[in-house]
Ligand binder design. Sequence first.
Ligand code: DOR
Length: 430
Amino acid sequence: VTGPPGPLVVRGGEVLDERGRRRADVLVVDGVVRDVGPDVGRAPGSATVLDAGGCVVAPGLVDLHTHLREPGNEEAETVETGGRAAALGGYTAVVAMPNTDPPIDSAAVAREVLALGRHAPVEVAVAGAITVGRAGERLAPMAELAALGIRLFTDDGTGVQDGSLMRRALDYAKGLGVVLAQHAEDRQLSAGGVMHEGAWSSRLGLPGVPAAAEEAMVARDVALVGLTGAPLHLLHLSTAGSVAIVRRAKAEGLPVTAEVAPHHLALTDASCAGYDPVFKVSPPLRTEADAAALRAALMDGTVDAIATDHAPHLPELKDVPFDEAPPGMLGLETALAVAVAVVGLERAFAAMSWLPARIAGMAPRHGGPVAVGAAANLCVLDPAARWTVDPAALASRSRNTPFGGWELTGRVRHTVLGGEAVVVDGEARR
Ligand code: DOR
């Protein structure tokens, strides 16, 4: 890092943020938006010019759910490679999940990941574990982690099974002013399952995970939010029943937020028909009716955010029989195009930028309106660019995208992080 980046102009695009859409150039000086307008004429001669013709210029995306695999599984991903994938996907901030090895259940490990993140081309926030070792038995030192600025806590990969422990965690989180994020899965109900329990699992002869495994914990946790008054974020919801529960909870005024993953919006359990483990994920791909309910819940605001659950796994681990493969799929480099295809530009940016930025406690530095004085964290998307997903060409260290070979419309042209162009013309600069 060599001091503040020089001035930069994003020229010829259409700004899209929470305030709406308008044709405007954006002048950035010292990492801050200095001018926004139909023609920022006063750009210094030395300014870098980013061509945004035909593009949407929006606040950078914020991913609430990224597995960066460091420490412990650097062969699958690192903060650096995952950070690069994020920048290429239009993200300026990601929340790194704590199911690393060792897990992020102590200040020492959190500090290590935060330090690695300072060199990444994206801001790396960290989620802390709710319980020690993510084992679900006793609370992690949440106060110590919160003191490092950690705002989200989750045992993701698994849910907190013990309701009374979850109640205590919620009480504690409320006192600390942090938010718990639940991977809603009743492990007794999901035990042995490798895909959604339904017509396809019967036909394929694979053991299923019933929708109720998720919905039972969502319902329990909503009840606990009512009991404690603590805010709760629900990770990667996958069923119609789950979003119905959240819709009711929000109508009652409970402080519940929810995210869905692009793969649950765009794919169904029918994808598992070829027994290809690239389609194995937790929670599993559900039915078309579930996917339709998730899309409707995004459109009516029941679901706040689209989060990737970017989960890199090494080819040698994934290329095994379906029931033996670890669950998880890549997401960072394809999420925006998939989301725009499913819910449209405006809803996609709301659900991937300003709404998750608030949940992560990163607004308005991320997700805030593109206005004079704002931090220059920007995503420049060419919504008409068509491209074919080539797993081998991804910046991620892993290859397990379920969208390999798909032709997508919409590609990130530039990403600006704190005034620095970290992606230019679709190429990572660092
Ligand atoms: O599919 C998944 N993979 N779901 C999770 O909750 C964890 C993730 C992982 O870490 O691989």
